[in-house]
Ligand binder design. Structure first.
Ligand code: SAH
Length: 252
């Protein structure tokens, strides 16, 4: 009987029949000392390009592990094209936000600095590590792109105009997100989308004003309650996935 994979890892190497993959210290340590794998055990590998492969542990050394690839277990997949732009929040909740956004299938994560963002520096390598871990766990075959933090104004100035942006506006006056998205689904539009959420302090009225004037922006409400930043971002993603994404039968 074929062995079940005991762990699933994102690697950078090319994956293909019979190739050997060498893991660096952190992943080698994880397999050997956390998962307690031994030579002969099977691990699933993906690199975001070549699908998923089963590989067998060949050997461990000090700070390394080598694996021999045996067979492809999944074709390369793609996530729906949905970007999440968010004002960074404090560390533990930012980690949570990134992990959950990856589970929910976001294809790109862009931290944006807004007027009331009080986090001064974003460690993008940490965000990428969180994203890779979440992708390993939720069985994606892709990693999302994770961009360096940028000022909101710079991101808007460079915006690809064909991509529509759902501005989670927190104001009672915006239309409910579900109404906007279902109208899109009914119209059969092939638009691509992004979601933007603000910091704990909310968007400044001047930011909302400026955003409201951009032709690609649609302000939306996530209901009558004020959500914390991470709840808002994840709720908007859930709503998008269930109406226009791959939680919707026409789009699977
Ligand atoms: N400082 C604000 C709350 C900010 S909540 C206040 O105290 O009023 C953080 C972010 O989550 C907001 O900028 C917005 O993008 C989003 N958000 C929270 N609740 C929302 C809602 N009901 N509708 C739309 N967006 C919401």
């Amino acid at each position: 009987m074929r062995q079940r994979a005991r762990a699933r890892l994102y690697v950078d190497d090319d994956l293909g029949d019979g190739l050997t993959v060498g893991l660096a210290a952190a992943q080698a340590h994880y397999l050997r000392h956390v998962m307690r794998l031994a030579p002969g055990d099977v691990v699933a590998l993906f690199n975001g390009r070549d699908g998923e492969w089963h590989a067998r542990v060949d050997g461990f050394g000090r700070g390394w592990c080598s694996l021999v690839i045996e067979r492809q277990t999944r074709e390369q997949g793609a996530e729906p094209d949905i970007w999440l732009l968010f004002a960074p929040i404090k560390r533990a909740r930012l980690d949570f936000l990134v992990q959950k956004a990856v589970e929910l299938g976001a294809s790109r994560l862009q931290p944006v600095m807004t007027r009331h963002t009080d986090v001064k520096r974003v460690n993008v390598e940490r965000l990428r590590a969180n994203a890779a871990e979440a992708a390993e766990q939720c069985e994606r075959t892709t990693l999302p792109a994770v961009d360096e933090a940028q000022p909101l104004t710079a991101v808007m100035a460079d915006w690809p105009s064909e991509r529509r942006l759902l501005l989670c506006a927190e104001a009672g006056s915006a239309q409910p997100i579900h109404d906007i998205l279902t109208a899109e689904a009914v119209s059969g539009s092939a638009a691509v989308w992004a979601i933007l959420t603000g910091p704990e302090g909310g968007f400044d009225p001047s930011e909302l004003d400026a955003l409201g004037k951009l032709p690609f922006v649609t302000p939306v409400s996530l209901g009558p309650r004020i959500l914390r930043a991470e709840t808002a971002a994840l709720s908007a993603l859930v709503c998008w996935q269930s109406v226009l994404g791959d939680w919707h039968s026409d789009r699977v």
